[in-house]
Every structure is written in structure tokens, then in C-alpha cells.
Design a protein around this ligand. Structure first.
Ligand code: NAD
Length: 389
């Protein structure tokens, strides 16, 4: 963490994300789009040979394609031109040891969600971040959308008044049958409690929804009451979750995550209702935000307008009418991480950087949420206070 970032791209490494993997490719697009990063090293696959092949196909120098992440952390830390930051794109249960290894080697981290599979590991990782002074960004993708920034700014400015209810849902259909038994790489580890964590759908996608609800509304959860279900026979984890949330100040929330909702491709939707208006946004139509003032006409706010909040404008690349979406939202996180790293580099301090990007505290809150949800369900659907919120 001592190498100056001045006047050059940030050197990026990647763990996971090899051939046939899902999210690693999205990270690579996101790192490239605004041109802040250069991917120079990786341990791309749990199978070393496959990882090396993938590295060669992606123009990674052979001496920077590693057979495992531990060797990579040590070798990159020892190089003059070693990586500045590593992207962790592996299944959940590996996030903790990999992030710890890189942070302790002096390398910053961009980590996938959920941060870890246990709260104990999340707490231990927060301790490592604090002791090393390293940076850890968490890729809660959906907080990167421009109109999410707009919704957040409008609520903070009081445009819908005091928030009464937050309704967030994240239904998917891809696990509506036992795909984990049909050679589906992504499903296989997601149904394994050791690899996915205590929560099934609630850990995998509920954490996205929970973060988004808090990010936009500005509210802190006080307690949760959950009803989990497993609809596909043979699964050890929930594939559907309904959660009631009590927020500070009396607001109420309702969160639904589902991996078995037929007809829903990636149907994340957020609605926030206040005393004087409401806002509604859906990930499958991300270029429109719906605003309704009390007793007024419903308005469609389009991405790209010049009268939007400064953060929403900064997160926009093209004028209205030219659709932007998932890759750009992911890029906004990557560029936010880059800005945070450069700010720390220039100020020699981590104070106050990157307030709008998800970091270690947000990762910790997500894992605490999953823990509270599963406790609530297992203890007879009682109200439980997340340890961090
Ligand atoms: P995946 O199964 O498609 O890919 C995992 C990759 O990690 C594979 O290439 C595998 O070989 C590699 N791997 C596993 N262990 C490794 C190790 N020890 N060293 C090196 N490589 C290793 O998984 P996925 O669906 O891409 O999910 C990966 C992570 O991304 C998960 O934590 C998941 O929750 C998260 N995710 C986030 C989003 C998002 O929107 N932010 C979307 C999908 C997945």
C-alpha cells in the first residue's frame, strides 16, 4: 500500500473469475470501462492448470499467473510493480482467507458479497482492515446505478418527507428446479451451507436488497423478523425469504428474496414511501425513476438529465435515451474504489474517502443481517436485532 498511484493506472489482480465463472468477467469489464485499472496478475481458477490457460488467453504474463492465491499475495507484494489491489471473485467461503492474505501482504481488496460466510469471519476481517490500514471495497452492484444515487439524494433532501415504508424485492427464477444437480457450477456451491453461508437466497441476493434499501433510504435497521422457505426438495438452505424490518425512527420495511420466482430474470425492485411522496426503481428498467408527490402527478425521471443530483450525473456516461445498465453500474463502483484509493494515496489518510461506495462496514452489516434473519427464522419467527446495522 506504499506505492504511489500518481500518474498511472491502478494495477489489478484477480482471484477466481476464470473460464466458465460468472462475476469475474463483469469485474473485468467494470475495471476497463473508465480506464482506471490494468489487470496484470491472477489466480483465476481453483484448478491451477485451467487458471494458467485462462491467464494466457487473457494476455497475463506467465510469471504473473499463479497456481494459488497465497503464492500470488506473497509474490505480488514482493514485486516493485506488484498489484495495488486484488478483486476477489470466488465463492463466499473463500472470501475471508483470500482477503486476509492480501491485506496482510499490504494489498488492497475489492471483495464480492456477501463478505464472508460467518459473522465471526466478517468481524475478524474488519479487524484485519483496521490493523493493516488497508482498503476493502464490497461490490454491492446495485448501489452503483445513477438513478439510485438520485433517489438517495432526493430522500436525503426531504423530497418524499419522513420515510414510512421501504419495500424491496429481489426475485430470480434460475434455481426454480434442482439445477445444482445438473452440473450447474454456480448453483452447486450456492446450495451448500459451508460454501454459501447460513442463508441461501437471503445471503446470495437478500444482502444486495438489504444494502440497497439502507443506502437509498438512509435508514438503519433495528430488528428483523423472517420466514424462510425451501421449495426445491433436497436443499439445505432457503430459496425464498420474506423479512419484515423495523427501522430506526419507526419506519417499516419488507424484503423478499427468491431464487424460485418463475418469470423473474433479475427483478430487483425498490419502492420507498414517505409522508409527502414516493420513489420507485426497478433494475430491469434502470434508466427511469418514478416519483409521485402527495396529491400530484406521477413523474418519470430519466437518467442523464442535467438537473439531476451531482452524483447521479457523475455516474452517467451517455445522454438520456441511450440505455446504460449493469456494466456501467458495476463500473461506477470500480471507479469509486479507484477514487478512494487515489484520495488515500494523495492525502496519506483513509479519513473521509469514498463515502458513497460500499466498504468493510457495509460488508459486515450484510453478514450480520443474514445472521439475524436465520436466527429469527430458526427461533420461531421472532424479532432479532442484527449485531451491526
Ligand atoms: P462461479 O462459481 O461462477 O465462479 C467462481 C470462480 O472462483 C471459479 O472460476 C473458480 O474456479 C474460482 N475459485 C474458487 N476457489 C478458488 C480459489 N481458492 N482460488 C482461485 N480461484 C478459485 O461463482 P460466481 O457466480 O461468479 O460468484 C462468485 C462470487 O461473486 C460469489 O461470492 C457471489 O456471491 C458473487 N456474485 C456477485 C454478484 C454481484 O452482482 N455483485 C453477482 C454474482 C455473483
Amino acid at each position: 500500500m506504499s506505492k504511489s498511484l500518481s500518474g498511472r493506472r491502478i494495477r489489478l489482480g484477480m482471484v477466481g473469475g476464470g473460464e466458465g465463472a460468472y462475476i469475474g468477467g463483469i469485474h473485468r469489464y467494470a475495471a476497463r470501462l473508465d480506464d482506471h485499472y490494468q489487470l496484470v496478475a491472477g489466480a483465476f481458477d481453483v484448478d491451477a492448470d485451467r487458471g494458467h490457460l485462462f491467464a494466457a488467453q487473457n494476455y497475463i504474463a506467465p510469471d504473473r499467473s499463479y497456481s494459488d492465491y497465497l503464492t500470488m499475495a506473497q509474490a505480488e507484494a514482493a514485486r516493485e510493480d506488484g498489484i495495488d489491489v486484488v478483486a476477489i471473485c470466488t465463492p463466499n467461503f473463500t472470501h475471508f482467507p483470500i482477503a486476509k492474505a492480501f491485506l496482510e501482504a499490504g494489498i488492497d481488496v475489492i471483495c464480492e458479497k456477501p463478505l464472508t460466510t460467518t459473522l465471526q469471519d466478517a468481524e475478524a476481517l474488519a479487524e484485519v482492515v483496521s490493523q493493516t490500514g488497508g482498503f476493502l471495497g464490497v461490490t454491492y452492484t446495485y448501489s452503483g446505478y445513477p438513478l439510485i444515487a438520485e433517489a438517495r439524494a432526493r430522500i436525503a433532501a426531504g423530497q418524499i418527507g419522513k420515510v414510512r415504508t421501504v419495500q424491496v424485492e429481489y426475485p430470480l427464477e434460475w434455481m426454480a428446479t434442482g439445477v445444482e444437480l445438473q452440473n450447474n457450477q454456480q448453483a452447486a456451491w450456492r446450495v451448500d451451507p459451508h460454501k454459501n453461508g447460513r442463508g441461501g437466497s437471503i445471503g446470495d441476493i437478500g444482502t444486495h436488497a438489504y444494502h440497497l434499501a439502507g443506502y437509498v433510504s438512509g435508514l438503519k435497521a433495528e430488528s428483523v423478523l423472517a420466514d424462510l422457505a425451501t421449495f426445491v426438495a433436497g436443499r439445505a438452505l432457503d430459496d425464498n425469504a420474506h423479512v419484515l424490518i423495523r427501522y430506526e425512527g419507526g419506519a417499516r420495511g419488507m424484503l423478499w428474496s427468491s431464487q424460485v420466482a418463475i418469470g423473474c430474470s433479475n427483478a430487483l425492485r425498490l419502492r420507498v414511501f414517505g409522508e409527502t411522496g414516493s420513489l420507485s426503481w426497478a433494475q430491469e428498467q434502470p434508466n427511469e425513476l418514478i416519483y409521485t408527490p402527495l396529491e400530484g402527478a406521477t413523474q418519470i425521471i430519466k437518467r442523464g438529465r442535467h438537473d439531476l443530483d451531482a452524483t447521479a450525473q457523475a455516474r452517467t456516461r451517455t445522454p438520456p435515451g441511450h440505455p446504460e445498465g449493469y456494466i456501467e453500474a458495476f463500473t461506477n463502483l470500480y471507479s469509486g474504489f479507484a477514487a478512494a484509493l487515489r484520495a488515500r494515496d494523495e492525502q496519506n489518510s483513509t479519513a473521509g474517502i469514498g463515502a458513497l461506495i460500499p466498504q468493510i462496514a457495509d460488508g459486515l452489516k450484510g453478514v450480520a443481517f443474514v445472521d439475524a434473519v436465520v436466527d429469527s427464522h430458526q427461533q420461531g419467527n421472532i424479532w432479532v436485532q442484527p449485531k451491526y446495522c
